[in-house]
Ligand binder design. Sequence first.
Ligand code: ADP
Ligand code: MG
Length: 490
Amino acid sequence: MEPVVPLPLDPSTLGSLTASAKDYAVLSGLAYLTDDPGDNTDLVSFAPFALLPSPVPRALFDQARAVQQDFNLLVHRVSHDRAFLTRCLSSVVKVDHFTAALFHIYEQVQEEGVTQSICLGLHRSDYLFDTNNNAVIGTKLNGVTANRELQLKQTEINTIAAAGAGFGEKIASVHKHVLSLLGITNAYKHIPENRALDSQVDGFVAAWEQYGSQKAIIVFVVEEERCRNVFGQRLSEFTVMERHPSITVRRYSLKQIAEDAELKSDKTLFIHGSEVAVVYFRTGYSPDHYPTEKEWIARLKIERSRAIKCPCISYHLAGTKKVQQELAQPGVLEKFLEDPKAVSRVRATFVGQHTLEMGLEGDRTVQMAMRCPEDYVMKPQREGGGNNIYGEDIRTVINKLKGSEERTAYIIMDLICPTVVQNYLMRPGDRPKLQGSSCELGIFGVFMADGDQVLHNKQGGHCLRTNHSSTTAEGGITVGNAVMDSPYLV
Ligand code: ADP
Ligand code: MG
């Protein structure tokens, strides 16, 4: 696709633009802790970002927003189907110790009886703009004519630690400023309103109110060490308290919760004398987040409590790659969504996903991936970027695992080939680099239900992350290889 202005920019324009944009970014809250070789945790820089917004087809953007409530409902229904979750994950838990430990907590609370029927979901559904054009051109989707060349294709839905709401919202004003410096005065027509942070905060407040205790607090579960992306978390935390001064948000690590939180006999959770209404996980989705038994004790303690969890363990499990692969099989969505239009909206965003279960079907996947590994991505049950396997590495890994049950820890997904656009990627301490980049659009979902009764189901704004296209397809701004961006609708 074509960039929003002809590139490259002349050096003097680029110089003054980048200086303004960096300062504007910091002033907007787009900040990161820098990697400091010493122990200084006070060093702050701007968070990596794209100098210009990236073009995004308006029809695909609308399509992504229009399907979010369906995804919210889908996650909820899937998470409440114990037989389905158990069946999907039965092979994975035999070989993947991390998923097994999560599943064990799930089973334990199911057996004890779930003490909190209210679930809060703050999800993010991620999409690439696919150039693999094998669908009928110009078909109508939800009344919107699909883009002639590109298709919206989901990479995954995140049900835990779906970061990026704060930065996603803030970067738009940096980009409007940059465009006005370039003399583009109608940017407001192209840069869509983004209430990602506010929508997320609406979710926290709604859950806190639903819990129904004026004195209770919201706990953000965070990493032990101050993490690079602390400011993204702080934006959410401070906005809750600003919007609703009677709510206190406190940050604790899993270790602190293991040591200091108390579960009363009625399953009320207390920490340092405060009752906990809502627990929001910004950690806990990777094996590294559980270095000792203590972190697992904390996770179980939270799960058994009356606090509203975001996410509860069943939402976490519903977001695993294996469950997403199963949902992509023919006939499965229909079990969870009664509206055929919702089913087609969701299915239209899927690419093929293939099982590696032991048996004929899994063997077929092995053969297919071995034949053309460059057409697939191999994914383990992990979150946070950097875990996927591509190309020739798929062959190597499958060769090692193909006859063993270990292969069932992974799924195989068709490779999406995202469109490439030029942009200047800005990273602290580095000159702006003009690079061919691909964008991943994240749409936030805010959902709350009490059992089967849906209390809140919203599409909650967006974020765009842009990545140098010659690196692997991996995004994940917090692992340092994608930058924040915003969509410029075309
Ligand atoms: P994680 O949970 O680690 O974020 P993802 O499924 O989101 O796992 O994959 C990580 C990154 O890999 C994505 O951000 C995207 O850039 C890339 N990716 C994922 N699935 C595909 C796919 N099917 N085709 C191309 N790239 C993909
Ligand atoms: Mg991801």
